[in-house]
Structure formats: structure tokens, C-alpha cells
Design a protein around this ligand. Sequence first.
Ligand code: NAD
Length: 470
Amino acid sequence: MTVVAGSGTGTAPDALRARFDTGVTRSYRWRRAQLRGLRRMLREHRDQWHAALRTDLGKHPVESDVAEIGIVLREIDHALRRLRRWMRPRRVGVPLVLAPATARIVPEPLGVVLVIGPWNYPLQLVLNPLVGALAAGNAAVLKPSELAGATSAALAALLPRYVDPRAVRVVEGGAEATQRLLHERFDHVFFTGSETVGRIIAQEAARTLTPVTLELGGKSPVFIDDTVDLAVTARRLMWGKLLNAGQTCVAPDYVLATPSTAQALIPHLERAVREMYGDDPARSPDYGRIVTPRHAERLAELLDGHRPSFGGTVSPADRYVAPTVVDAAEPHSRLMQEEIFGPILPIVHVASAGEARAFIRARPAPLAAYVFTRRRAVRRAFLRETTSGALGFGAPAAHLGAPELPFGGVGASGHGRYHGRHSFDTFSHARAVLRKPLHPDTMALAYPPYRGWAKALLVRVMTGMGRSAP
Ligand code: NAD
């Protein structure tokens, strides 16, 4: 079933385009009003968001405040403080051969954009892109994930009351609803989700040459050596892994460590879990749930044939998967072949930091990589010899809290970037504007016939070389 929230007639993008074409969305006032509206919606309905996120993913309100509502509020405040500056055309220089002339880069809204969201951070991952889209003066259709139904319904009910309903629509539904939307004309598609669906989106968008941002996932590795404080490392690691019960795109997916570091690390990991979630995480109000029983069953299958160091309990009916660590995981096992997206942490043994880098390089580029070491040379080698959307030294997932840093993947983990100014740029067209007076007609230098000293001078200036043979 598809539900469209908002007002107006016709297909969602057509109605929004009519609004965009009036030019109203271009003004600073309109953009500021939308961002303030979003902020009010988040603040005034905090309890409703908490309840929806608890229903969808068992999220504790503090986790919802920090990783969903809070991240978007900070993004809004960041944008509001800088919006005027971002919108300003930027004067750039022109080479002497073009003088006299002035050149500017003018940011323009793209038009009507489509934001498709996943279920794991169902609020943050549609609203954060929306902040960028509205700051850049666009109209937008949001397609939240059907698997986070409570959050999707709340968005559809509340958003039209707080932002211009003729410029922002929520379309609820699953794959068919998204496919139908992709047959409409959009000026940009911003997709967050799996690599498999990312390919479908890119193919659909290619038919109409619509540019896409693909925020995908992957297996984000962690390297740990024996120079670090393993107690703190274990706490940070398990916090990043168990946030949202492991269903976080930048969660540490697996650890690379020498057998002796792994052996020393495991008791710290177990202690960290106990400190955060008690002896039985199933009873902890702070521990989240897997989105559906089917997703929990997939995690159980990933554990088939493994003997966990601790954890391992899976109860699909309760959507519960215990925090689990699997030591000496086989690189060819299914656990190490697909993105885990759950609270299971395999440790793969390597002989050295160099072998860990080779392991990462031999696999698709991940969304994030994390390195825990006190050795500067090791940090530099990871920076130089591996690639990933982001690289975190000493802290998983923390980079996404810094709006000045671009957030996005590389290679198989996606392309394009957002957050802060990067969102504004993603949803803007950087239009090149050059103005040159008609008099004096300095361009006469370039007109045929191609003879004489003036042409020789032009060629020398442009190429740095003498005149080519006729
Ligand atoms: P998904 O790809 O299954 O779904 C994402 C969206 O696509 C949903 O709105 C869904 O309705 C829609 N969709 C599903 N099948 C479709 C189809 N055949 N045609 C058109 N649309 C379709 O992803 P998910 O399971 O919701 O999210 C998990 C994935 O997202 C993981 O791989 C994770 O790493 C990734 N992710 C990435 C980021 C990031 O910022 N890079 C953030 C969160 C999640």
C-alpha cells in the first residue's frame, strides 16, 4: 500500500515541481523557515519519536535522543548558522587571456529531489538528507523504510504540519512504491540502504540520467594492536558494535588482530558488555532489538558452525540476538562474507598490521575503518595503504558527529557525500557564471583568420609553446 502525505493534486513530484517553479523555495526566508519547522517538529513530538523508535527497533530513548533526534537537531543548527554564507555566490579569478571579465560560482537548487531511507536509523537517515535538500532550496519527496513502520507513519503525519506541504511530501510503502517513484522525474535521488538495492536505484536513475547519491554499507574493519589500553578499546568497540543492536552502517563489522592480542582482548569485550547491559542483555532496557524475526533468523544462520567465545543466543520471536564474539573466524565463512548488521563480532587472526592492511585492501572498500594503535607509523600506513569512506583512530562511529567531515562511502560502500556544507553542495548545482563586457573586444584575438603575430601570441599564452606547423 502506498500512502502519500501532504497536499495538492497529481503525482507527488509533479505537484512539488509546480511549487518549486514558483521560485518560493529559493529565498533565504523560506529555507530558514523549513529548517526551523523541522526543529520544532523534533522538539515538540519528542515522546512520539521515542515511542515510534521503541516500537520499530526497541531503541532506548537516550539512544534515540543521541543518535536520531540529536544528530538531526545539530545538523539543523549547524546549517541555520551558516546558511547565508553557503548561499552566497563565490567570486573566482579569471586568467589574463579572458580579461576583462568577472566569474562567480552561484549555488542553485536542483529542483525536486527524492530521499529514500533505510530502517535502521529511520528518522535520522531521512531527515538529515532533508536538512541539506531544504537548506539548498529544493522540494523533496521522502520515502522512509516500510520496515520501520511506526516511524514512517509518524513522519507522514507530522511533517506536513511543520514544513511547506506543497514542497515536501512523504510517500510511504515498500519496494513497489519506490519503483513507482523512480519512474517519475526527479533532479536527484539520495539513497541510503543496501548495496543490492543501491544497484537497482542506480540503474533506474540511469534511464533518466538522474544523478544519485548512494549511501551504502559494507564490512567496516577494526585493527587492534598490543600497544593500546585494551579495556578502553573494548568498551569503545562494544559501544559502537552494540548501538542499535549492531544495526548501524558504520558499526565495526569485524576485528583484525594477532592471536595473542585477540586472546587478551576477549575478556575485556565480555566485561564491557556486562558493564553496559548487565549479565543478561535480554533484560536490559538499554539493549535494542533486531528489526524483524526474519532478520534475527539471518543472524542465527551466520552463526551456524561457529563456537562463540561468549553470547550466541538468538530468539527470532523476540527479535533478540545476544552480544556475541566469535574468535578466529574463517575468512571464507558466511560470517565474513556478508555485512553482519547485528551484534556479532568476529575476530580474524592476522600475523601483523601489514597483513591486516592487505586483508582490507583485498576486499571491497568499506564505509569506515577503525584503527587502535599508539604507533604513529602504523596509523600512517593505514591511511596510505587502505581506503574507506572514513578512517577512525581510537573511536568507532564518532566521525559522523562532526558535520564539517563529509559522510559517505567509496567504491562498493557508495558515492557522494553529505552532512553540513557537504549536504548543501550535494543538493545544489554549482552554476558557473562569467560576465565579459563587449567593449573593448579583447576576444578579437581569438577570431579567424589564424594568421599574424596576435595569433602567435595567443597560442604561446594558451599552450606555452610556439605556433604549430600549418
Ligand atoms: P534496503 O536497501 O533493503 O532498503 C532501503 C530502501 O530501499 C527502503 O526504503 C526500501 O523500501 C527500498 N527498497 C527495498 N527494495 C527495493 C527495490 N527492490 N526497489 C526499490 N526500492 C527498494 O536497506 P535496509 O535493509 O533498509 O538498510 C540496511 C542497509 O543500509 C545496510 O547495508 C546498511 O549498511 C546500509 N546503510 C547505510 C548507511 C549509510 O549511511 N551509508 C546508513 C544506514 C544503513
